[in-house]
Design a protein around this ligand. Structure first.
Ligand code: AQP
Length: 341
């Protein structure tokens, strides 16, 4: 039933649980723009607002603001709403409808092994929301409701994508039909894992309580420079080879960010800066980061001044997305034997 003549389809999403970070940009948005512009794929990009309320209750006005801001971030970074479908998840109800089916396909044991669940629920799993536990089945539905074949994500989402494949395979096996594709993760972005500026062993995250751990896509030039200047490093100079970054997570992170922003390799960065002390390297990195990010922040600010236009874009994207998702949900219901008249 899966149509082999399908244009390869890309889906990816970002939670509007806060403002966008440099990690979201380098790990997901940049590769997503590349896939859109390659012309090889039909592309759908989504503000996953249903996911955003799984970890904490986001005040309604904040959720609306974040959803628009993430949309502005996508557009300012190069997502063209005429080429890609850009929308927020709750406007396409088929995501949640398919997620229910997948809740009945996935096994508790699979879900309990998810490291994101363990990290986010922490020691107090009893108090975590059921939505947080079921996060990966909704994510599988986000992808499979479009029969998406490729998903650009940061490295932290790899395990959820493996689960998405397991859910698709079990559904296909249980119903004896090749219906859902086994989706390919695309973790080839320049920086699939951008780390926390104050602790190179932790991921940069929009929900970290400390703002100095991340670069926000809305930070102004002075703030970016200050955060980079204060980023944790070690006293040694930069090595001349990538192997010399072994055991130096903070140093590696800054080199990685530099390479990703300059669209070059870590080795090329070291060829240019070997022997430099971090005071000097951080100045070069701050200049580079400001030159790349300030125009995006400026464009985001311009877009955010017209929220009605953002809402119009998301409404249009949702309508186009529903034209794809509704028939796939119908077929899913038919396969399962859900009677509709
Ligand atoms: N630090 C990162 N490095 C590379 N990629 C990253 N992504 C997130 N952080 C990094 C990628 O961005 C996409 C959207 O992520 P998300 O917002 O849906 O959720 P997340 O992965 O949980 O990101 P955050 O910033 O840590 O959000 P919160 O704090 O709300 O949990 C994904 O493709 C992700 O891999």
């Amino acid at each position: 039933m899966a149509d082999p003549t399908f244009t390869p389809r890309v889906f990816s999403g970002i939670q509007p649980s806060g403002g966008l970070t440099l990690g979201n940009y380098l790990g997901m948005i940049k590769p997503a723009v590349g896939m859109q512009n390659s012309g090889d794929f039909e592309t759908l990009y989504c503000m996953v607002d249903l996911h955003a309320i799984t970890a904490r209750l986001v005040p309604p006005s904040e959720l609306i603001h974040n959803t628009r801001e993430v949309a502005a971030g996508f557009i300012a970074s190069g997502i063209d709403p005429a080429k890609s479908m850009l929308f927020n998840q709750s406007q396409v109800p088929e995501h949640a409808q398919l997620a229910w089916i997948f809740n009945c396909v996935a096994r508790m044991g699979w879900m309990g092994r998810m490291t994101q669940w363990k990290d986010k629920a922490g020691k107090n799993a009893e108090a975590a929301s059921l939505g947080l536990f079921a996060y990966p089945t909704l994510m599988a539905a986000d992808i499979l409701i479009y029969h998406a074949t490729h998903v650009p994500v940061g490295e932290d989402q790899k395990q959820h994508l493996e689960l998405t494949r397991d859910i698709a395979a079990k559904f296909n096996h249980d119903y004896g039909i090749e219906f859902f594709p086994l989706t390919e993760p695309v973790i080839g972005g320049a920086a699939p894992r951008v780390m926390n500026l104050q602790d190179g062993s932790k991921k940069m995250s929009k929900s970290d309580p400390s703002d100095k751990t991340r670069i926000n896509m809305t930070d102004d030039a002075d703030t970016i420079a200050k955060k980079i200047r204060k980023a944790k490093t070690d006293p040694d100079p930069l090595p001349d080879a990538v192997a010399g970054l072994e055991g130096r997570p903070d140093a590696r992170n800054l080199v990685n960010i530099y390479a990703a922003l300059a669209e070059t390799t870590q080795q090329a960065v070291l060829d240019e800066h070997a022997g430099a002390l971090f005071g000097h390297f951080k100045m070069a990195l701050a200049d580079l980061a400001v030159s790349k990010l300030a125009p995006i922040a400026g464009e985001m600010q311009r877009l955010m001044a017209d929220p009605a236009e953002i809402d119009r874009i998301l409404g249009d994207g949702a309508q186009r997305a529903r034209a794809l998702s509704a028939p796939i949900l119908d077929q899913t219901y038919d396969i399962i034997g859900m009677l509709r008249s």
